[in-house]
Design a protein around this ligand. Structure first.
Ligand SMILES: O=C(O)C1=C[C@@H](OP(=O)(O)O)[C@@H](O)[C@H](O)C1
Ligand SMILES: C=C(OP(=O)(O)O)C(=O)O
Length: 432
């Protein structure tokens, strides 16, 4: 489908909510499935990625009822999964694949896993290596990608593992295997990655120790069904936060956004760029959340380095767009992980924004964004594509808002439903 965005919006105004957090929705299904008893999930994200996780658990024999954003999971423990009748389809979702490889590493039957074309290019050895050290028998295709098979296996054993890449998906895969493993499993992280798995394990009654960058779990966790309230996704809110800051005459409030410290990098980076981000109604419900208000203002360029990346990794495309409008240059380094997301996000950010006149240089592990480049289409129109990547599709739509001259035509925006169905509708609702 091709959609024409009205370029040169005269501003974004109003109060809005964005859908539930993707990372937390995946995990709520997973813990609900392995706990004993009923888990009720509120403000669940109904998006393609999370629906793939849901379909996987149904295939494993778990009863899940979904009514819009309300989900009920009837958990009977991971010992009662039934053998799937077909390959488990992870769709486009790295989180489903990697976390489930850990969670399913000790089942008494073989499990085949497949994904779409993009997911089948993404690196899975990072999960296979620690899980194999624990005794899991997982085999992947050439180049260590999907499709793969998790072979029947009766025992996993705890390990101490120093993370070679900062990745919450790898950490979570090891933890989900660790709570079924003999002995102690310890993960050592140099830079903290998102801690939703740790928090949710505690919320479900499990025990986990976190100290000085070391996260440890053991077996015999008595997990019981819980009531989980999912905050709105800061990664989705980030598109509106940046849109509000860079589109003249804007003032937006986004309600009940998750502000977990291991996820709020986008707020910290924008504050360093000079943004005035006002937080109100700060509250906690398992995860902290707040209302966030921003107004259009001038930003300035900053240096973003390795330590900033894990808490902002999915937001770097939209930060890059903000940086094109800042005074001075913004340098992003230590972000090689961007190359192995749904697309190579260093390449796709540059490919799309330069069509509108942005001046961005690629680095092996990041980019240099030269600020102060008004986005403009000199011809009748410019054709932007998402490359099948939801975050690039949303970045393109926000870039179109501030582009002058010809029209901006968006293609491939159906990919946005991976994390944010209704994004374009929500955007047009706040456009004045
Ligand atoms: O654990 C998670 O829910 C996620 C972790 C991140 O991936 P990595 O762990 O690969 O950095 C992030 O990019 C992804 O969108 C969700
Ligand atoms: C990288 C992402 O997700 P996943 O790894 O789950 O595909 C994302 O949502 O930007």
């Amino acid at each position: 489908m091709i959609k024409l965005m009205r370029a040169q919006s005269t501003g974004l105004r109003g109060t809005m909510t964005v859908p539930g957090d993707k990372s937390i929705s995946h995990r709520a299904l997973m813990f609900g499935a392995i706990a004993q008893g009923v888990t009720e999930i509120e403000n669940f994200l109904v998006s393609d990625d999370v629906l793939h996780t849901m379909a996987v658990f149904r295939e494993l024999g778990v009863t899940i009822d979904q009514h819009g954003k309300h989900v009920r999971v009837i958990g009977r423990g991971s010992e009662h999964f039934t053998q799937p009748q077909k390959a488990l389809d992870m769709g486009n979702s790295g989180t489903s694949t990697r976390l489930l490889m850990g969670l399913l590493s000790r089942q008494p039957f073989n499990i085949h896993i497949v994904g779409d074309e993009s997911l089948s290019r993404r690196p899975m050895k990072r999960v296979l290596t620690p899980l194999a050290l624990m005794g899991a028998d997982i085999r992947l295709s050439e180049n260590d990608t999907l499709p793969g098979v998790i072979y029947a296996n009766s025992q996993v054993t705890g390990i101490t593992y120093e993370m070679p890449v900062a990745s919450a998906q790898v950490k979570s895969a090891i933890l989900l295997a660790g709570i079924q493993a003999e002995g102690v499993t310890t993960i050592i992280e140099k830079i903290p990655s998102r801690d939703h798995t740790e928090r949710m394990l505690r919320q479900f009654g499990g025990t986990i120790t976190v100290k000085d960058g070391r996260v440890s779990v053991t077996k015999h966790q008595h997990l019981t069904g819980q009531h989980v309230i999912v905050p709105s996704d800061i990664s989705s809110a980030a598109f509106f936060i940046v849109a509000g800051l860079i589109t003249p005459n804007s003032k937006l409030t986004i309600k009940k956004v998750g502000i977990n410290k291991t996820r709020d990098g986008v707020l910290q980076l924008l504050k360093r760029m000079g943004a005035n981000i006002v937080m109100s109604n700060i509250n906690v419900n398992g995860e902290p959340f707040a209302d966030i208000t921003i107004e259009a203002q001038q930003l300035k360029g900053i240096d973003i380095t390795e330590k900033d990346i894990p808490s902002s990794v999915d937001e770097l495309p939209i930060i890059a767009l903000a940086a094109t409008q800042a005074q001075g240059d913004t340098t992003i380094t230590g972000a090689g992980e961007l190359r192995v997301k749904e697309t190579d996000r260093i390449a796709t950010v540059i490919s799309e924004l330069t069509k509108l006149g942005a001046n961005i240089e690629a680095l092996e592990d990041g980019m240099i964004i030269h600020g102060g480049t008004p986005l403009h289409v000199t011809n009748e129109s410019a054709l932007l594509t998402s490359h099948g990547d939801h975050r690039i599709g949303m970045m393109n739509a926000i870039a179109a808002l501030i582009t002058t001259g010809g029209d901006v035509v968006l293609t491939g925006e159906d990919a946005i439903s991976v994390s944010y169905p209704g994004f374009l509708e929500n955007l047009s609702r706040v456009m004045i």
